[in-house]
Each structure stands twice: as structure tokens, then as C-alpha cells.
Design a protein around this ligand. Structure first.
Ligand code: HEC
Ligand code: HEC
Length: 274
């Protein structure tokens, strides 16, 4: 027989009640995260941003997955790294369509020039110098023109000659659009100052002379569907939460505020000249 006094009995009872509350709470949390996990996997992806609880769950789930699989190229804060051609994932200026969770999921699942048959691989940046399509002087001029679209350029005559090459001999407009705003179907970037490979004249010259073939791996065989959809929703929230052009419901705004907490290392600078 247990023969403690009333005080000991009370303590024993209190411990029992606390333990029951804690284990009940733990069970509730597990069940709740199972429910959110199921919703994340089954709801139509483009409906997900409207559910703040799912968005918060996805961001928390994606954080360690991102850190171990994506940060090495896209930077700890998702804003790219100056030494890598992987783009800033938080900005409004994306290379491919990032206007929907579905489209982002496609990019992440199958990659870009990844060798995966479903990967995004419509066009490459041709090597105009290596192939002899343009002379070095012509490449210099068209590089000046492309640079002038986002930065003041000193050699105005070179810019005028370059504009002519952009619109005729170089056929640049075909992929990058006549006004240099890019084409997300081809993955041809806009010349708006968010450079993948650097916005100084030498880097631009290099892009045009030797061509470019940026690669994002396919994650379909390396990550679970839960990981991939959580990453897609996180990237969507980061890119649409930060540009403030889309007004949303209260729950969407709350989710965006929570997604800001995802930025852990804001010291990595935006790459390229902005
Ligand atoms: C080895 C480096 C590397 C890793 C690792 C990597 N990426 Fe990428 N990613 C790139 C590059 C480079 C591009 C740009 C490809 C191009 O030039 O078209 C890119 C493009 C993207 C895009 C398209 C962005 C846009 O502007 O349209 C998304 C989305 C993306 N990556 C997400 C991810 C996610 C999520 C992960 C982790 C699961 C990841 N990437 C891991 C290199 C990488
Ligand atoms: C067949 C389509 C196509 C044509 C034609 C084309 N480009 Fe590109 N260009 C691309 C693609 C795709 C990329 C992105 C490559 C990557 O992500 O690695 C690119 C990238 C670039 C870049 C690098 C941009 C950055 O952010 O660093 C420059 C500069 C460029 N192109 C200039 C030109 C010029 C100038 C011409 C005409 C002489 C031209 N391109 C013609 C498809 C094309």
C-alpha cells in the first residue's frame, strides 16, 4: 500500500493529470499534422495558398528539405548566390512560369535541362560566337544593347548597332521578345537587371559568344511528393508574398507574414547588378 501523506497524494495526482494532458496534446498534434499532410497531398495545388494552416505546415516541412537540397545553389535565403547561376526564388522576375503552385511543382519535380524527359528543356542560349553566326564585334554591340536595357551604357553608337543585330541578324527577339522582356515558355530570361550570369559587359559577352545551359536537377526520384509540394508552395508564398502586387484574403496575408519567417539568413546578397 502506498502510504504517502495528502500532499504526496496530491502531487501524484497532479503529475498524472499533467502527463495525460501532455500525451493528449502530443497525440492531437500528431493527428493534426497527419491531417495537414493529407490535405497538402490531395487538395488541388492551386487551392493550397488560400489555407493558412496548410501553408504554415508546408513552410515548416520544407525548411530542412530546402536547407539540405536547394540552399547550396539557391542560397540559404532563397535569393540566389553571387557565385552560382541559380536564380533568386523570391522575386517576381522568374525565368519559367512561377505564377502557380502547379507550375512550380513541375519545375521542381522534373528540373530544367535535367535529362528527365518531363524536364523543362525547350531552348538553350545558342553560342553565337563559337558557331560563327556573329562576329566578336557584333557580339560586343549586341551585348551593349542588352546591357543598356537595364543600365546606363557609355557607348551609344554600339548600343544602336546592337539593337539592329538584336532585331535582325541575331534573331534574339525570337526567344527574348522584341523588347527584351523574355519568354517564360522558352526559359529565355528578361533583360531587366536580374542577371543569372552577371550584368557586366564581359559576362554578357560570354553568354552570347559561348551560349548558356543552366541546369536545375530533377527531384522526382530524390524527394517525396510531400517534400516537393511543400517546396513548391513555399516558393510560391515567398515569390508572391514579397512582390505585394496580388491582394489576397486575410488568411493568405497571414500565411505570407508567416512565410517571411522562413528567411533565416538575409545577409546573402542578390546576385547580379540590380
Ligand atoms: C546544382 C544547383 C541547383 C540545385 C541543388 C537546385 N537548383 Fe533550382 N535551379 C538551378 C539553376 C541553375 C536554375 C536556373 C536554370 C536555368 O538557367 O534555366 C534553377 C532554377 C530553379 C527554379 C526555376 C526558377 C525560375 O526563375 O523560373 C526553381 C523553382 C528551382 N530551381 C527550385 C529548386 C528547388 C526547390 C531546389 C531544391 C529541391 C533546387 N532548385 C535545387 C540550380 C539548382
Ligand atoms: C533559341 C532561343 C534563344 C535565342 C535565339 C537567343 N537566346 Fe539568349 N538565352 C536563351 C535562353 C534559354 C537563355 C537562358 C539560358 C540559361 O538559363 O542558362 C538565354 C540567356 C541569355 C543571356 C544570359 C542572361 C542572364 O541572365 O545572364 C544573354 C545575355 C542572352 N541570352 C542574350 C541573347 C542575345 C543577345 C541573343 C541574340 C544574339 C540571344 N540571347 C538569342 C535563349 C535564346
Amino acid at each position: 500500500m502506498w502510504n504517502g501523506g495528502p500532499k504526496a497524494k496530491f502531487l501524484g495526482l497532479a503529475t498524472l493529470i499533467c502527463a495525460s494532458i501532455l500525451s493528449g496534446w502530443a497525440l492531437f498534434s500528431v493527428l493534426q499534422s497527419h491531417a495537414l499532410e493529407a490535405e497538402l497531398l490531395t487538395l488541388p495545388p492551386d487551392d493550397l495558398p488560400a489555407h493558412a494552416d496548410i501553408v504554415n505546415f508546408a513552410i515548416a516541412h520544407a525548411r530542412p528539405v530546402y536547407a539540405s537540397n536547394c540552399a547550396a545553389c539557391h542560397g540559404g535565403d532563397m535569393r540566389g548566390r553571387p557565385d552560382k547561376p541559380a536564380p533568386d526564388l523570391t522575386g517576381s522576375s522568374s525565368i519559367y512560369d512561377s505564377s502557380s503552385v502547379v507550375s512550380l511543382e513541375h519545375t521542381i519535380r522534373y528540373g530544367i535541362r535535367s535529362g528527365q524527359s518531363m524536364g523543362r528543356n525547350i531552348a538553350d542560349m545558342p553560342a553565337f560566337g563559337l558557331s560563327g553566326q556573329l562576329s566578336s564585334a557584333e557580339i560586343h554591340d549586341v551585348a551593349s544593347y542588352v546591357q543598356s536595357l537595364s543600365q546606363p551604357v557609355i557607348d551609344a553608337k554600339s548600343v544602336i548597332r546592337g539593337h539592329e543585330i538584336f532585331e535582325n541578324k541575331g534573331v534574339c527577339y525570337d526567344c527574348h521578345n522584341g523588347d527584351g522582356t523574355g519568354n517564360r515558355d522558352y526559359g529565355a530570361p528578361a533583360f531587366n537587371g536580374h542577371w543569372l550570369y552577371g550584368g557586366d559587359l564581359d559576362s554578357i559577352y560570354h553568354s552570347i559568344y559561348y551560349g548558356r545551359h543552366g541546369l536545375c536537377p530533377a527531384w522526382a526520384d530524390k524527394l517525396s511528393s510531400l517534400d516537393i509540394i511543400a517546396l513548391a508552395l513555399t516558393v510560391f508564398e515567398k515569390s508572391h508574398g514579397s512582390n505585394d502586387t496580388v491582394s489576397g484574403s486575410a488568411s493568405l496575408l497571414k500565411a505570407r507574414a508567416a512565410s517571411a519567417a522562413f528567411v533565416t539568413n538575409a545577409s546573402v546578397p542578390l546576385h547580379g547588378n540590380n
